[in-house]
Write a protein that binds this ligand. Structure first.
Ligand SMILES: Nc1ncnc2c1ncn2[C@@H]1O[C@H](COP(=O)(O)OP(=O)(O)OP(=O)(O)O)[C@@H](O)[C@H]1O
Ligand SMILES: [Mg+2]
Length: 295
């Protein structure tokens, strides 16, 4: 049967002009007039969550808060050096990837000293300049050629962290030689255009990341991700396990993670899957322009 849905307005107007505001006003006046028992308010994710509202390093000394979740508006924490190991961010243009990478880098710098963590920054569109303070910077590269050189250099350093006889069981748990190395790569799709693989030198080390202190934080578009996820580095990250955030994108790109498809989302919004965890909708925090170091 056909049905006709009523316009949700009772101000006598029959069109839909200004409907959003009218509905809001109507809800407000009903709310004011109601004297009976109230249902708990539905809490929804904010469209903008300022980074300064996240837990500070005093309450979260190890994990980096990146946003809040939909279920309880509880902080979402990235446990890069333990449970999550890596972070993969997928999202199309302007969805908030760079903002998130900056937030993660700043959160780590705030919580760890430069003896504990250094960064290798791969930044083809140069949107991560000045994010990592000099003493934390193991290397910065933007062109694929320089990225490849940097990756090769770091790989040689990693070689020295593996036991000479190749017996990984001989490595003492938690006894990493030197600071943890975080490979921070934005716009990975740009880095890998035309079949280039500048980060290929890392691939053999990904699976030993936990033992040698190697972590990847990689962002790329959703468009073309179907093919892109078979990139050897991303593939290796997924095999060993990674925290992942799927932000705005097109569903037609297919299944990006088990049972997870992209969909159009407002900036900063995405589905967060902790390594080995279940999926939940989150709003990532927005950094204040110019930096958010809470000295
Ligand atoms: N967490 C957030 N909450 C609200 N708005 C955000 C958030 N993150 C980003 N934005 C908005 O989206 C804009 C684009 O953010 P950002 O540059 O991080 O996106 P991007 O995915 O890196 O874009 P591109 O694909 O062009 O690299 C920002 O200028 C900001 O206005
Ligand atoms: Mg960006």
């Amino acid at each position: 049967m056909f049905g006709q849905v009523a316009l949700p307005r009772f101000d006598g107007v029959t069109g839909d002009e200004g409907l959003g505001e009218i509905v809001q006003a109507a809800v407000r006046s009903v709310n004011r007039a109601w004297r009976g028992k109230r249902a708990p308010e539905v809490r929804v994710l904010p469209h903008e969550l300022p980074a300064r509202t996240l837990p500070t390093r005093d309450s979260e000394p190890k994990k980096v808060p990146i946003g809040v979740d939909e279920r309880a508006l509880e902080p979402v924490l990235l446990d890069l050096f333990d449970a999550d190991q890596n972070l993969l961010v997928l999202g199309d243009g302007g969805c908030g990837k760079t903002n998130l990478l900056r937030l993660v880098a700043e959160g780590l710098v705030e919580r760890y000293s430069s003896d504990e963590v250094v960064f290798a920054v791969m930044d083809p569109r140069r949107t991560l300049r000045d994010v990592v303070p000099e003493e934390y910077t193991g290397g910065y590269a933007s062109s694929p050629r320089v990225c490849a050189g940097l990756a090769g250099g770091v790989a040689r350093e990693l070689e020295g962290r593996l036991p000479e006889d190749g017996d990984l069981d001989a490595l003492e748990p938690g006894a990493i030689r030197g600071p943890r190395i975080v490979v921070l790569a934005d716009d990975y799709d740009v880095l890998t255009t035309a079949g280039q693989k500048p980060l290929a030198p890392f691939v053999p080390f990904v699976s030993n990341g936990r033992d040698i202190g190697l972590h990847f934080v990689v962002a790329r578009r959703v468009a073309g991700a179907g093919r892109g996820l078979f990139d050897p580095l991303v593939q290796a990250m997924r095999e060993i396990g990674t925290g992942a955030l799927v932000m705005s994108g097109d569903r037609s790109e297919g299944q990006l993670l088990p049972r997870l498809y992209a969909s159009p989302q407002p900036p900063g919004r995405g589905t967060w899957v902790a390594r080995g965890g279940s999926a939940r909708l989150v709003q990532t925090a927005l950094r204040a322009p110019g930096g958010s170091h809470r000295g």
